[in-house]
Ligand binder design. Structure first.
Ligand code: MD3
Ligand code: FE
Length: 217
C-alpha cells in the first residue's frame, strides 16, 4: 500500500515564515480554473492598469481590484476607494470563489473569521517587480492578509519591521497561498523582477497574477 502522506498530515505543506505567517504550498490548486473564470469577469469591468506612484513613477506591475474597496495609487498618494477612478463606478463585486478561498486559507493558518473587503489583483510580466514596502493603508492591522500566486513563479522577499532589516527570499509558485497576520503583518516585503520559465497553464504562460485579500476598511 502506498501511504497518502499529505492526507495523513495536511500540515505537511504548511511552512512557517514567521510566528504569525505561513506559506500554504499549493493551497489554491484545486480552485485555479474557477478563479481564472471569475478573474476574467472582474477584468472586463475594471481592466488592469499601471498606476502612478506619488513620486511620479509608473508601476511595472499592472493592477485592478474587486470587492467593496480597492487600493489605488496616484500623484496624491496611496489609498482605498469604493470607486474605480478609471470609469467612476464601484469596483466589481468580490467573486464567491475568491471569498471562499481567502477565508479557507486564513482559517488554515489559524485566523478564523477573516472577512476581506478588498482584493488587489497584481499582474507581473517578465521584468516587473514590486520594491520593498509595508502594507499600511488599511484601517485595522488586526486582520491578516492572504496572498494567492498564479502562473509564473516569483521570488518573494520579506524582511522585518524596519526597511534595513535583513530579508529572506522564498519562491512562490502557481497555487501557493501565504497568510500574514499578528506580529508579521507589518513586515517589509517585495517581489524580485519576474524571470524564468513560462508556466504550462495556457492563460498564465507569460505572467504571474497575485491576488491579495485584505480587510481595508
Ligand atoms: C508580508 N503584493 O500588493 S502579496 C502588494 O506578490 C504586495 O503581488 C505582493 O505586496 C505580490 O502590496 C505580495 C504578499 C504579502 C502581502 C502583505 C504582506 C506579503 C506580506 C504584509 C506583511 C508581510
Ligand atoms: Fe504588499
Amino acid at each position: 500500500m502506498t501511504a497518502d502522506l499529505f492526507a495523513e498530515d495536511p500540515g505537511a505543506a504548511r511552512q512557517p515564515l514567521g510566528r504569525h505567517a505561513c506559506l500554504l504550498r499549493g493551497f489554491a490548486l484545486g480552485a485555479v480554473d474557477e478563479l481564472l473564470t471569475a478573474l476574467a469577469t472582474v477584468q472586463q469591468a475594471s481592466p488592469l492598469r499601471h498606476m502612478v506612484t506619488p513620486g511620479g513613477f509608473t508601476m511595472s506591475v499592472a493592477t485592478t481590484n474587486c470587492g467593496p474597496l480597492g487600493w489605488i495609487s496616484d500623484r496624491r498618494g496611496y489609498r482605498y476607494t469604493a470607486i474605480d477612478p478609471a470609469h467612476g463606478r464601484a469596483w466589481p463585486a468580490m467573486p464567491e470563489s475568491f471569498m471562499t478561498l481567502a477565508r479557507e486559507a486564513a482559517a488554515a493558518a489559524g485566523f478564523d473569521g477573516f472577512e476581506p473587503d478588498a482584493c488587489l489583483i497584481n499582474q507581473y510580466v517578465p521584468g516587473a517587480r514590486l520594491s520593498l514596502h509595508q502594507d499600511r493603508d488599511e484601517a485595522d492591522f488586526g486582520a491578516p492578509i492572504v496572498s494567492v500566486s498564479l502562473g509564473m513563479s516569483a521570488t518573494f522577499q520579506f524582511g522585518g519591521l524596519a526597511r534595513t532589516d535583513p530579508v529572506t527570499k522564498v519562491s512562490l509558485h502557481h497555487g501557493d497561498a501565504v497568510v500574514w497576520g499578528g506580529e508579521d503583518r507589518l513586515r517589509f516585503h517585495g517581489v524580485m523582477p519576474l524571470r524564468g520559465a513560462p508556466h504550462p497553464h495556457p492563460q498564465l504562460a507569460d505572467r504571474r497574477i497575485n491576488l491579495t485579500f485584505r480587510k481595508a476598511g
